[in-house]
Design a protein around this ligand. Structure first.
Ligand code: NAD
Ligand code: 0WE
Length: 259
């Protein structure tokens, strides 16, 4: 029997079989969790429905996290099927593409900054807020961040402050929900070729740099991120909350490259 047997998990952020959210979903399903999924828009409906079937899930609901009405609709639909939610996995980020290259100061705009914060950070606490009545002692929330929350990375630009805000959100949510027995954690993942990373200038160079300099001398996989997420959301991790766990081959500890 898997270490998530009997747990019910909502997975937010599957766009393809390369998504980090899909790595999380597969690991959680393998460990015995029952899953529900959301998809951002109609373009993704069929693909997410097919992936959901691979984990024996028929609960596939539309959700644009910018819309409070859609967030509420997800949990009112879920409450008809489930009496509680044990796990919410949030794996969503967005900033206007034109702000993810070039000079930070020159390209950032008020609207871009607001949108990045809204979709990439606020949406996590918005889910917790709407799910609150379905969360129980033992429930666990997880999100996915990136090193640029705490270090500058060229071109990540406005997403850096958004990830910094997401990690602070994790700490405030953990403090607030901890007395109710609800844990909130974050995985800071190394760079992975997903749709969100497609077309990002310099992605190949970054992966190559990881392979040369990270302690493990390689990149990480969505399976590795998924396994860590499954652990953090399981009763194996009942003493852990408010944490940012790096799944990056150790890259974040390096102070100077070996050559
Ligand atoms: P992905 O493109 O597979 O997933 C991003 C998801 O965000 C998609 O499913 C998309 O539908 C969803 N999304 C965007 N705007 C949304 C909205 N308004 N409403 C609902 N959903 C919305 O890419 P990914 O790399 O799996 O990204 C998942 C998370 O992992 C993101 O938070 C990203 O910042 C983070 N992350 C990615 C990497 C990487 O290198 N790929 C590294 C560290 C962290
Ligand atoms: O968090 C991310 C990517 C998030 C992302 C990606 C896109 C592409 C499509 C947010 N918004 C958008 N908007 C779009 O229109 N990563 C950690 C992957 C990533 O993105 C980078 C990176 C890395 C790594 C951007 C610049 C530099 C490095």
């Amino acid at each position: 029997m898997g270490f998530l047997a009997g747990k019910r998990a909502l997975i937010v952020g599957v766009a393809s079989d390369r998504s980090i959210a899909w790595g999380i979903a597969e690991a959680m399903a393998r460990e015995g969790a029952e899953l529900a999924y959301t998809y951002q828009n109609d373009k993704l409906k069929e693909r997410v429905t097919e992936l959901a079937e691979q984990t024996n899930s028929r609960l596939v609901l539309p959700l644009d996290v910018a819309e409070d009405t859609e967030i509420d609709a997800v949990f009112s639909r879920l409450s008809a099927e489930w009496d509680r939610i044990d796990i919410i996995a949030h794996s969503v980020a967005f900033a206007p593409r034109e702000q993810l290259s070039g000079s930070y100061v020159d390209t950032v705009t008020r609207d871009g900054f607001r949108l990045a914060q809204d979709i990439s950070s606020y949406s996590f606490v918005a889910l917790a807020k709407a799910a609150r009545r379905m969360l129980r002692p033992g429930s666990s929330l997880i999100t996915v961040s990136y090193l640029a929350a705490v270090r500058t990375i060229p071109n990540y630009n406005v997403m850096g402050p958004a990830k910094a805000s997401l990690e602070a959100n994790v700490r405030f949510m953990a403090s607030d929900l901890g007395p109710s027995g609800i844990r909130v954690n974050c995985i800071s993942a190394g760079p992975i070729k997903t749709l969100a990373a497609a077309g990002i200038g310099g992605m190949r160079i970054m992966l190559h740099y990881m392979e040369k300099t990270a302690p493990l001398r390689r990149g990480v996989t969505v399976q590795e991120v998924g396994n860590a997420a499954a652990f953090l959301c399981s009763d194996l991790a009942t003493g852990i909350t408010g944490e940012v766990l790096y799944v990056d081959g150790g890259y974040h500890v390096i102070g100077m490259s070996p050559e």
